[in-house]
Ligand binder design. Structure first.
Ligand SMILES: *Cc1c(COP(=O)(O)O)cnc(C)c1O
Length: 406
């Protein structure tokens, strides 16, 4: 008899985005003419940068000829891309980084989920609440989250609450934790940590020999000077942090698929006996065994985002989305809503009117305004009472949506 991994059946089946889709479909069936504007799911709407498309066409042509054809590539990514990443995303910010500390992949969703493979299930895990559901669910699958409780939390996870009363800056945990997921700029709240605030986490991790898993998927959307783009801008972070970056939101690669993970060489975790082991070695082993590399064509597309034209095109895309964010901020503020985020991130976190739950507010916006948002409660208990507006839509839709909110 084959036995299943029973952790999977503990995970609640109603995934956030499928429940949203169900409610939107239902409305569409009841009112086929309703002009529904989607400001929910965090997918981009602009096409790829021209430089990336050109690079893919060239790479495709190479694949056509015996002389230039490429088969299996290095699982960690081609040197041309790893070099471009080091030089453009790190060296320019004064961060030292070598190519063999960069692992190219097909996405940060996979990386933030798969990273758990190299850590013991005995680790105590802390997760910001609200947060990206992948962190919770992948730890639950691994058996690191304990049991689901009646309040929708997991018995063995430590929730780092980010809410209005702490200005969306979670306090350090009172119990000792070993793995800490941080996502800044934050999805879903759109808020950030300053250098000093982030330094407290680095110091905590150094003191407790913990590891920070820093998801910087929205780094490119930062506009304020005091917000760090990389955790390695903080002194000592190379010894305690793994950083995840993605081309998905930065350059419109959500359907093209490319991301990377930084595992510094001097980042250590421990055996039960207390021996220090380099995580770079473990992740390299895991990555080369279970992953076969991002396609050559896509890595050329990612490399092209660092060319002068590519950089200008990426900047223009981000500016477009951040102008949407400004329009949403202004529209919701004028309509009298309390809002957060949208300055260093493409998400606006809007407080539901007095006493309304986030799903009720979601239903109200869907039925009365024909707007699809994301209910905050879907990101964790502390998201209750909020909905997330995304700035990733088209300009006309964003303007029309705010007209409806007036
Ligand atoms: C969109 C997003 C990512 C990127 O995921 P990919 O798999 O690279 O598309 C990572 N983290 C967060 C929090 C996100 O919202």
């Amino acid at each position: 008899m084959s036995l299943i991994n029973e952790n999977f059946i503990k995970i609640p089946s109603s995934y956030l985005f499928s429940e949203i889709a169900r409610r939107v479909n239902q409305l569409q069936q009841e009112q086929p003419d309703a002009a529904i504007i989607r400001m929910g799911i965090g997918d981009v709407s602009l096409p790829l940068p021209e430089a990336s498309v050109e690079a893919m066409l060239r790479a495709t042509e190479e694949q056509r000829h015996r002389e230039t054809f490429r088969g299996y590539g290095p699982e960690q990514g081609y040197d041309f891309l790893r070099k471009a990443i080091c030089e453009n995303d790190y060296h320019t910010r004064g961060i030292q980084l070598e190519m063999d500390e960069v692992f190219v992949s097909d996405g940060s969703k996979s990386d933030t989920g798969n990273i758990g493979d190299i850590f013991s299930t005995a680790n105590k895990v802390a997760i910001t609440d609200p947060g990206y559901p992948v962190y919770v669910d992948t730890n639950a699958m691994a058996g690191r989250a304990g049991e689901p409780t009646e309040t929708g939390t997991w018995s063995n996870l430590v929730y780092l609450k980010a809410n209005e009363s702490n200005g969306f800056v979670p306090a350090l945990p009172t119990e000792k934790v070993d793995l800490i997921y941080l996502c800044y700029p934050n999805n879903p709240t759109g808020t950030t940590l300053t250098r000093d605030q982030l330094k407290k986490w680095v110091d905590y991790a150094r003191e407790h020999k913990s590891i920070l898993l820093f998801d910087a998927a929205y780094e490119a959307f930062i506009t304020e000077p005091d917000v760090p783009h990389s955790i390695y801008e903080i002194e000592g972070a190379r010894e305690v942090a793994i950083e995840f970056r993605s081309f998905s939101k930065t350059a419109g690669f959500t359907g093209t698929r490319c991301a990377y993970t930084i595992v510094p060489r001097n980042l250590m975790a421990y055996t039960k006996n207390g021996d220090a082991i380099a995580l770079n070695r473990l992740w390299n082993r895991r990555h080369t065994t279970k992953f076969n590399g991002t396609s050559y064509i896509v890595q050329r597309a990612a490399e092209a985002t660092y060319s002068p034209e590519g950089k200008a095109q990426v900047r223009a895309m981000i500016n477009y989305y951040m102008e949407n964010a400004r329009i949403i901020r202004e529209g919701l503020s004028k309509a009298g809503y309390t809002i957060y985020g949208g300055i260093n991130a493409p998400y606006i976190w809007a407080k539901a009117p007095q006493g309304m739950s986030s799903w009720n507010y979601f239903d109200y916006l869907l039925k009365e305004k024909k707007l699809v948002t994301t209910p905050g409660a879907g990101f964790g208990a502390s998201g209750e009472g909020f909905v997330r507006f995304s700035a990733f839509g088209q300009r006309e839709d964003t303007l029309e949506a705010m007209k409806r909110m007036e």
